[in-house]
Write a protein that binds this ligand. Structure first.
Ligand code: SF4
Length: 523
């Protein structure tokens, strides 16, 4: 859902433009004027004398159902300063663009409230709207299938492809298919799947999951992409020019697209009253996937339903502005019926959504339209990279959704947040994200799924905070220790907090003793 520049992380080098010299003979001209924006280059963070490329930090280590250690993966990302800086600035740039777009729409808050109300109404009547969508889609000539979970989704799609003798499939980006483990399943049955979204294709070629719901390869530097392409499609490993890389990828993929047996898309919105669905992209790749082969399969999460076509306008105005800070996606494609001689299938997927709908504190997370704004604004996400979460969904919305799939495996995630509330402030459908993250912490403790170290620390803190005398004695002891102990005693391997921070100097007097001295007698 973003342009080639956006997909290639620092492609375009927006944070550090370095225009060519005035008299550069290679400057790009149009109508006699220089196009400086076409010449931007990233300024290296390390001195040019250091020729070693910074290795790309990889994501969280996943071992079955064992809890993902997000902090460990985040520490590795932070230890790669070029990646961390680019990622932080790139996403903050999107956040600022989003703010500019927001300020251009006086009724922005009304739109958010409306979007939230439409979603809450729909989710409260989901069974009715799903039935309505199914009936109308069928009358439009679309085959409608229902999948209880990811495995069923994969089997249904496989059966459709098998019935048509299809052996190759082109697909546009879909977080739902990531959730279902679709590509690994297809590989296991010998079916070739080609991602048509540039960022998603980069990730596929690098054997990585998307790190962001909108910009899947945003964590990669251009040099990382150059390395992936040189390894997989034979480009020059030393050439990280964005246009060269994008063109090379287009040349490599286009023949596969033109000869594919079937095409697959996700869906941004499915309209109950018309039985139609809408896919939003910036590359037009969904249109290729849907229109080049005669067979089109769309995977749709059941929460994507909206009641009426007029509601679409509310979401379309919010989606791209919130995601990339652009007024609208380049392509907003409506699909109503199969084209002449073709066939269209829709797979409506539950995969835990019904269960989440019944969770009193978390059901409104189903309002999410996957814009990624909460990720772009989150200080933890921006500095740790999406792959550090080791889950399909990362960033603030991931902290809420992932534990609904597997509370034990994702038990560390709700603690990867400062709870600053910025995510809730930018969410176009007004999900109370930070409150739900906080609620998950409590639920995980109640279910005994919280990490042991955190539980022990919280228990000790609880015991201390509930005994004022013990608390005051501990503070006094800590103040003396901080003032007099040698540095290595305080800053050692056991003090994780102090790895990147200085412990503040203790005040000469605590607030309590000041209050006793100055106000205590008057009470
Ligand atoms: S939770 Fe809100 S801000 Fe985050 S991706 Fe979903 S809709 Fe966007």
């Amino acid at each position: 859902m973003s342009t080639a520049r956006e997909k290639i992380g620092d492609g375009g080098g927006t944070p550090h433009p370095e225009p060519r010299a005035e008299d550069d003979p290679d400057a790009i001209l149009r109508d006699g004027r220089r196009l400086d924006h076409a010449e931007g280059a990233s300024k290296p963070l390390r001195p040019p004398s250091d020729p070693r490329p910074e290795p790309q930090p990889r994501g969280a280590r996943v071992h079955g159902d064992r809890p993902i250690d997000q902090a460990e993966a985040a520490a590795r990302f932070i230890a790669a300063p070029e990646h961390e800086k680019m990622h932080d600035e790139r996403l903050w740039d999107l956040r600022q663009k989003r703010d500019r777009e927001m300020h251009g729409i006086p009724e922005w808050e009304e739109l958010r409230s409306l979007a939230s109300a439409i979603k809450e109404h729909t989710l409260s009547h989901l069974d009715e709207y799903l039935d309505q969508f199914e009936a109308n889609a069928r009358s439009n000539g679309i085959y409608v299938h229902w999948a209880r979970d990811g495995a069923e989704h994969n089997q249904i799609v496989h059966a459709i492809l098998r019935d048509h003798g299809a052996t190759s499939l082109i697909k546009s980006k879909s977080m739902l298919t990531e959730e279902c483990g679709f590509r690994p399943y297809m590989a296991s049955v010998g079916m070739e799947v080609i991602e048509t979204d540039l960022g998603e294709r980069i990730q596929q070629l690098d054997n990585e999951d998307p790190s962001h719901v909108v910009v899947p390869a945003v964590h990669k530097l251009r040099a990382d992409v150059a390395r992936v392409f040189s390894r997989t499609i034979g480009t020059d490993p030393g050439d990280s020019d964005v246009h060269y890389l994008a063109e090379a990828q287009r040349e490599a993929t286009r023949p596969l697209i033109l000869t594919a047996d079937a095409g697959m898309t996700g869906c941004n919105f499915a309209v109950a009253e018309t039985g139609t669905f809408v896919v939003c992209t910036n590359e037009g790749n969904a249109d290729l996937s849907a229109n080049v082969p005669k067979l089109h399969i769309a995977s749709i999460g059941i929460e994507k339903i909206i009641p009426r076509l007029e509601h679409l306008a509310v979401f379309i105005r919010l989606l791209s502005r919130s995601a990339l800070g652009s007024p609208i996606t380049q392509y907003t494609s409506h699909f109503r019926r199969p084209r002449r001689g073709g066939e269209m299938h829709v797979v409506l997927v539950d995969n835990g959504r019904s269960e989440r709908l019944g969770m009193e504190e978390f059901w409104t997370s189903l309002k999410c339209i996957r814009c990624g704004a909460c990720m772009n604004t989150c200080p933890v996400y921006r500095r740790s990279g999406g792959l550090s979460y080791g889950a399909t969904y990362s960033g603030p919305i991931g902290l809420i959704i992932d534990p609904t799939f597997n509370a034990r495996k994702y038990s560390n995630l709700p603690f990867a947040s400062t709870l600053n509330g910025s995510c809730s402030n930018v969410c176009p459908v007004k999900i109370n994200i930070h409150e739900q993250i906080y609620a998950w912490r409590r639920v995980l403790v109640e279910r005994h799924e919280a990490p042991l170290a955190k539980k022990a620390a919280m228990k000790a803190a609880g015991a201390l905070l509930s005994r004022p005398a013990a608390y005051r004695a501990a503070i006094a002891a800590a103040n003396i220790a901080l003032a007099h102990l040698p540095r290595f005693v305080i800053y050692n391997g056991l003090n994780a907090w102090g790895k990147h921070r200085e412990v503040p100097h203790p005040p000469k007097q605590t607030f309590h003793s000041w209050h006793q001295a100055n106000r205590g007698a008057k009470q």
